[in-house]
Design a protein around this ligand. Structure first.
Ligand code: IFM
Length: 442
């Protein structure tokens, strides 16, 4: 980005309070206003608790990371220490001139044991919401971003019919604490991810499946249980989906019982699916992977979309990249326009306005991200111009963070985080994004 825009954004951050004022506001307690950005297009960045907070020790994933054997490249550990540095993170969102920040609340911190609620953690997330609002940033809050409490997994998790009641009770607690100031509430993050494996061009092989099974069995033993049920680490995820869908429906009702006007939805992982042959199984794949959620989403307020690329669907599953595809230096496809196409599909499938809750690129070379962002946004613009109601674009991710099984290797962040000092460094791609947003919000 040009130095001028960067200076202008920094000047604006200073004029409207900036980081120093934010710190002061935290200390003295900011005065929340009404939720910002209602009716405005949301330009933001996204994170999730487990991936950035650090030491989420009561969660199911923490156990999976630490038992042996474990397929995780490394444990999440301190992550980005955002449990303590969240105000700095929000300050960066503000400095970039964005008007939305998506983050998730960690169920295992709020309910570390069944029947035990932490008011202190509800207060913590409430302060995050307050600071967002006081900075003119719309807080988009996710209730479940993959992780759940260890006690929940050890009691059967999403395999039990009581899961919906337990999740709805948690959702109501969070709503009572935050809903009056939250902009949008996302119940589940990519609950369909576990269904996609068999349609992939390289479905999980027996070695991978047995590694996950051994890890889960070890986690169950570590908890003195005969089971440890985690949606993303279950051999038969389809058996759990009915309970997840019920949990979404009950959580939505719980949220609306607290604040009926708060927009609620869930976010699906949806690539730009393309039929490559006349007898492609594209519709069978869509019915199998998205279908279980599409019906209930028709009663939501928005449809959350998370897109990272394109799938070429053949006669049985996705096929490997065709030779004609444009490739990145590492061989992966270069196709930033996937997000606009997927938004079209999701709106047509649900009839709902689409909130792009994630879109981004794993790029060690930040110059690739700086090229990706304008092209992705151009595809969103094109979809909007053709009449698709899209209400926001939240880039994944604000920070380089814990990328689940892959540990800290992948780099999705607009901001680099030093793994020892936790120092944040805003990357050039973030300023490129800021420049595009600045031209639209002024
Ligand atoms: O990091 C993940 C995120 O937790 C869910 N959506 C995809 C991202 C990149 O893999």
């Amino acid at each position: 980005m040009s130095g001028n825009v960067k200076d202008e954004l920094n000047r604006r951050a200073l004029l409207t309070g900036g980081a120093a004022a934010l710190t002061a506001a935290c200390a003295s307690g900011p005065t929340p206003t009404s939720p910002p950005s209602r009716g405005r297009f949301l330009w933001g960045a996204a994170t999730s608790g487990h991936q950035i907070e650090g030491n989420n020790i009561a969660s199911d994933f923490w156990t999976l990371e630490h038992v042996r054997p474990s397929p995780f490249a490394e444990p999440s550990g301190d992550a980005c220490d955002s449990l303590h540095r969240w105000d700095e993170d929000i300050s960066i969102v503000h400095q970039l001139g964005l008007n939305a920040y998506r983050f998730s609340v960690e169920w295992s911190r709020i309910q570390p044991e069944q029947g035990c609620w932490s008011q202190a953690m509800l207060d913590h997330y409430s302060r995050m919401v307050d600071v967002c609002v006081s900075r003119g940033i719309a807080p988009v809050v996710t209730l479940n971003h993959f992780t759940a409490p260890g006690w929940f997994a050890a009691a059967g998790g999403w395999a039990t019919t009581s899961a919906a009641d337990l999740f709805a009770a948690f959702s109501e607690k969070v709503s009572r604490a935050l809903a009056d100031r939250v902009s949008h509430m996302v119940t589940f993050n990519e609950p369909n991810l576990a269904l996609g494996g068999r349609w992939s061009s390289s479905p999980p092989g027996p070695a991978y499946i047995s590694a996950i099974e051994a890890c889960v069995a070890s986690a169950a033993r570590a908890n003195g249980s005969d089971r440890f049920v985690v949606l993303l680490a279950h051999p038969e995820p389809r058996k759990l989906i009915r309970n997840v869908v019920a949990a979404h429906v009950q959580a939505r009702a719980a949220i609306r019982s607290v604040r009926s006007s708060l927009p609620v939805g869930l976010s699906l992982a949806i690539p730009d699916d393309v039929a490559v042959v006349a007898n492609s199984v594209i519709e069978a794949k869509r019915a199998d992977v998205y279908g279980p959620f599409l019906d209930v989403m028709r009663d939501d307020d928005f449809a959350g979309l998370q897109t990272y690329g394109r799938d070429y669907i053949g006669t049985e599953r996705a096929i490997p990249l065709p030779p004609s595809a444009a490739r990145r230096p590492d061989g992966r496809e270069w196709f930033p326009a996937a997000v606009g196409n997927a938004a079209r599909y999701l709106h047509n499938a649900t009839g709902k306005p689409v909130l792009i809750t994630e879109n981004g690129i794993d790029a060690a070379d930040d110059a690739e991200r700086a090229r990706f962002i304008p092209e992705a946004i151009a595809s969103v613009d094109a979809a909007r111009q053709s009449g698709i109601p899209i209400i926001g674009y939240l880039h994944w991710s604000l920070l380089d963070n814990f990328e689940w099984l892959s540990g800290y290797g992948p780099k999705y962040g607009l901001v680099a985080v030093d793994r020892t000092t936790f120092r944040r460094t805003i990357k050039p791609s973030a300023w490129r994004y800021a420049e595009i947003v600045s031209a639209r919000l002024t």
